[in-house]
Design a protein around this ligand. Structure first.
Ligand SMILES: Nc1ncnc2c1ncn2[C@@H]1O[C@H](COP(=O)(O)OP(=O)(O)OP(=O)(O)O)[C@@H](O)[C@H]1O
Ligand SMILES: [Mg+2]
Length: 325
């Protein structure tokens, strides 16, 4: 089956993700796929949480932290600025503490705790994921293309409900610590006890949203996850391992795309021994890929003459990936 067929036959799969190890072509394929879908008349958002701003690079536009930016008709790109989301989270927690406990400033030990909690990967992931939730839940687009960060990291997003639970536990602990202050403050101000725990309610609401969106991203009917790999031994092994892990998280695997394949016709040409050797090695690894992943291999993308940046190169690649031939 070709990539084109996979899209044609699964039209309800509107959440598309490209995953794989670092530097193999996730952003490149995300952009080319978004371009092709936009050409087909769909309204498409391609987005990432990558602080490296790779979408800015590939579209040659500064879009980092600027919301959804129109690249061309039907095609929008968005780079979520994770750091600013984490700061917003911290501010939100501070504000809640001030509101709830009637402090006029956040006590130093609590401030230290907020700082420490924010440095936790779980907190960072949560902030990022919440931003992703906002993007996905709004639902203004026909297709959402999620350009993932390198593999290990991506697993976090996909098991985010768990990570989020961790964060809630931390906040719950913080809240318990706050109780001591609360008792003190209540005594001083003779205020009646706070009936409901607003913070926890809020957190539980957020968790619901997280669950809603992680269930979208792992919904077999609505989501498609593509693995990007290249014909090299280590990458094949790592991809196999990752695929097993992803299966555990019920990530709906749509198939594999092999990138950076040297054109086979080079073999008939007068080429230096170095290149001939590379060709032969790739040939071997390609056979291995087809043996290992079989019919799940949906496309082989050639090594192009230059990096893929700018719309003309993106169009060229989208023709290669989704063209009729
Ligand atoms: N088939 C190809 N031919 C030529 N250059 C390519 C090809 N595929 C990708 N590249 C180039 O390789 C580089 C890495 O690609 P890309 O940024 O898409 O990888 P990535 O998987 O998103 O990386 P990261 O893990 O850092 O996010 C880019 O400069 C891109 O233009
Ligand atoms: Mg990338």
């Amino acid at each position: 089956m070709s990539l084109r067929q996979v899209f044609a036959e699964n039209k309800e799969r509107r959440y598309v993700m490209f995953g794989g190890k670092g530097g193999l072509g996730k952003t490149t394929f995300s952009a080319a796929t978004a371009y092709w879908l936009a050409q087909q008349g769909y309204r498409v958002l391609v987005f990432s949480v990558d602080p490296q701003a790779s979408l800015s690079d590939i579209f040659q536009r500064d879009i980092f932290g600027k919301g959804a930016v129109e690249i061309m008709h039907n095609l929008y790109a968005q780079e979520i600025d994770a750091d600013s989301h984490i700061k917003a989270y911290q501010d939100e927690i501070r504000k809640k503490i001030l509101d709830m406990y009637g402090f006029d400033h956040v006590p130093e030990e609590i401030e230290n705790y907020i700082q420490a909690a924010s440095a936790e990967p779980a907190m960072e992931e949560s902030a990022i994921f919440d931003a992703v939730v906002d993007v996905v839940v709004k639902g203004d687009y026909d297709y959402y293309i999620y350009d993932l960060v390198p593999l290990g990291h991506a697993l976090y997003y996909l098991s985010m409900a768990k990570v989020y639970d961790e964060w809630i536990n931390k906040i719950t602990k913080l809240r318990e610590e706050m109780r001591e202050h609360e008792v003190m403050v209540a005594r001083i101000k003779r205020e009646k006890e706070i009936e409901q725990d607003q913070i926890l309610n809020e957190l539980q609401y957020i968790r619901q949203r997280i669950n809603a969106s992680s269930s979208i991203l792992t919904d077999r009917a609505k989501a498609a996850f593509f693995f990007v790999l290249v014909p090299e031994e280590m990458i094949i092994l790592d991809t196999q391992k990752a695929a097993e892990l992803f299966a555990k998280f019920d990530v709906p695997l749509a198939g594999y795309i092999v990138n950076r394949v040297l054109p086979a016709e080079l073999a008939q040409q007068d080429i230096p021994p170095y290149l001939r050797n590379r060709l032969e090695m790739q040939h071997g690894w390609l056979e291995r890929i087809h043996k290992t992943f079989g019919r799940q291999v949906l496309a082989s993308v050639p090594e192009l003459e230059r990096d893929v940046t700018g719309l003309p190169m993106i169009e060229k690649l989208s023709n290669i990936m989704y063209g009729e031939a």
